[in-house]
Design a protein. Structure first.
Length: 249
């Protein structure tokens, strides 16, 4: 019986004969591609992902795991999703999340992960594609009808935002607006606002020495405790630890 690693190698050889999946994904702007075995080791990836991880090239990443490049809180989040795919065969589609690169750039990305099976139907690896998220500007697209609400959130995230006001911008009731929003973003408007605020806070934590309490106020949180709770909910770590791991100021 062939080992899982042999099955993966065989699968990759097939891809190489078809000019290679890696070659294909090297030329898709803003796209991070990877294949991991059941041990979480990278067996294929493109150069943009190697750069995102802070490695010199993808050769420096092959055979290694996330834990060798990323903070523990990020590794835990990725590992949870990986297990859903590897142990249960789930397909994770279009998951919108905040990621921080090795050089301190924080931005929105959309991730899809799928299981890879051998000829006996056993899951031997997972393949993932993560791409930059630009809302209605490209990639993970949204209808133009949501643009007014999104622009309002971007312009007023530091202020109190009522979901009813966002609905009125689109001529919808609160319930209709929430359904439409969740359909296209896989999250509620309230969660999206929370993530926008955390996103802006990440930038300040990385690139400034502003006290955390002041960042909380600047980004629309009622106080530092509220900020910390929401930050942990989104980023799986505290603002202080995040600044320690990524701060460049």
């Amino acid at each position: 019986m062939k080992s899982d690693s042999n099955e993966i190698s065989r699968w990759l050889e097939v891809l190489e004969l078809a000019d290679g999946a890696e070659l294909l994904f090297e030329h898709l702007p803003g796209c991070l591609f990877y294949i991991k075995d059941r041990g979480g080791r990278f067996v294929a990836l493109n150069e943009p992902l190697a750069t995102q991880l802070g490695a010199g090239s993808k050769r420096d990443v092959l055979g290694r795991t996330d834990a060798e490049f990323l903070p523990e809180y990020l590794v835990e989040r990725y590992h949870e999703d990986d297990l859903r795919v590897l142990d249960h065969g789930e397909v994770i589609r279009e998951k919108v999340e905040l990621l921080t690169s090795a050089d301190g750039v924080v931005d929105w990305f959309v991730t899809t992960k799928v299981p890879l099976r051998n000829l006996r139907g056993q899951i031997v690896a997972l393949a993932g594609v993560t791409r930059e998220y630009h809302g209605s500007d490209g990639g993970f697209t949204t209808p133009d009808a949501l643009d007014a609400a999104l622009e309002h959130i971007r312009a007023h995230y530091a202020e109190a935002i009522r979901i009813g006001d966002l609905g009125r911008l689109m001529g919808l009731s609160v319930s209709a607006f929430e359904r439409k929003f969740k359909k296209h973003f896989r999250m509620s408007p309230t969660e999206y606002i929370r993530r926008v605020r955390v996103h802006e806070a990440c930038r300040s934590l990385i690139h400034t020495s502003t006290p955390i309490s002041a960042i909380a106020q600047e980004c629309g949180f009622s106080d530092q405790s509220h900020f910390t709770r929401d930050f942990v909910r989104v980023m799986r770590t505290t603002p202080a630890v995040y600044r320690r791991d990524h701060g460049l100021a």
